[in-house]
Design a protein around this ligand. Sequence first.
Ligand SMILES: NC(=O)c1ccc[n+]([C@@H]2O[C@H](COP(=O)([O-])OP(=O)(O)OC[C@H]3O[C@@H](n4cnc5c(N)ncnc54)[C@H](O)[C@@H]3O)[C@@H](O)[C@H]2O)c1
Length: 333
Amino acid sequence: MKLLIAGGAGYLGTTLIPKILERGYSVDVVDLFWFGNKLPVEVGILNKDIFDLTVADLAGYQQVIFLAGLSNDPMAEYSPSKNFIFNAAAPAFLAYVAKQAGVKRYIYASSCSVYGYTENELYDETRPVSSNYPYGISKLQGEQGVMNLVDAGFSVVALRKGTASGYSPRMRLDLIINTMFKCAIRDGEITVNNPSIWRPIISVEDAASAYIRAIEANEKLSGIFNVASGNYTVGEVDDRVKTQIEEQLGNRIRLNIKHIKDVRNYKVAVEKAGNVLSFHPRHDVGTIVQNLIENMDKFSDWDNPLYYNIRTFQKLEEDQAPEPVLTKATAGR
Ligand SMILES: NC(=O)c1ccc[n+]([C@@H]2O[C@H](COP(=O)([O-])OP(=O)(O)OC[C@H]3O[C@@H](n4cnc5c(N)ncnc54)[C@H](O)[C@@H]3O)[C@@H](O)[C@H]2O)c1
């Protein structure tokens, strides 16, 4: 089987792709390589924007996976226009072109952020979604766009992932546990903006397993699935990260607890993914921290801008900004 992965050079893709190769499938990646290239050499590379793909480019792939776009709130708020183009329009465009090319399955990287601010109830996929911030709205628009294309010959699986964490070859230190881990080791202090809010967390390893289950699911199967390793309050996450680092590494970690209002608060039910996709998470906060400790020497250049999506994206946007145009009034000054 031959797969095309859009955005495959990112945090999730660089953990997922070696597992796909191990299963004997062939993989090409289309990516703009904003954060460099840590992909295995066997992967075919298309260094271009998704919007430059044609039906001919997509011929011959059995499945297409969308992992691209602006992958967090700070990027979405820095460039709302690119957010809506890359997160809402691009997944639908790619699914449309893939279907025309005869691709059989499309897998979309959705997000639990579509749920918005909910009041401490467990949300399954049938519950109404209510995000009112650019990232959450655009991920929902992308999901709706691709699900509209489902028919007897084209199946679509949307995976609403919790916030990912853990080590990946293309590393991110702007994700909940990864950020706490960095702050604990580098500064000896974890700052918590709001300990009472709920978040579904997914280890990047469990996230990769969810994609494998979707790739290998019955070819007629379509649907939307919550996927997470577990639901936690942020206060519980920081306690577990602190305790584990103190016990294993002997560091003393201070906590700086604040009570800043958040627009997101949700916990999700993952039974549907278990029952229909056979997705069963194996990780929790403890194993994620363990995985970070074991790989720490690979990302302890803590301030590398590539580990922080907003820093790299902002720099790329500034570098591409056109020179200010000289007007008659300013030209002679
Ligand atoms: N990481 C998380 O916690 C999380 C949680 C839920 C959902 N998601 C979604 O999962 C996907 C993958 O997340 P990630 O953390 O691996 O992201 P990432 O930011 O690490 O990688 C995104 C990749 O997409 C590429 N890209 C972006 N726009 C492109 C375009 N128009 N054409 C070609 N390439 C493009 C970038 O160069 C980058 O390599 C994203 O769609 C994200 O919204 C992520």
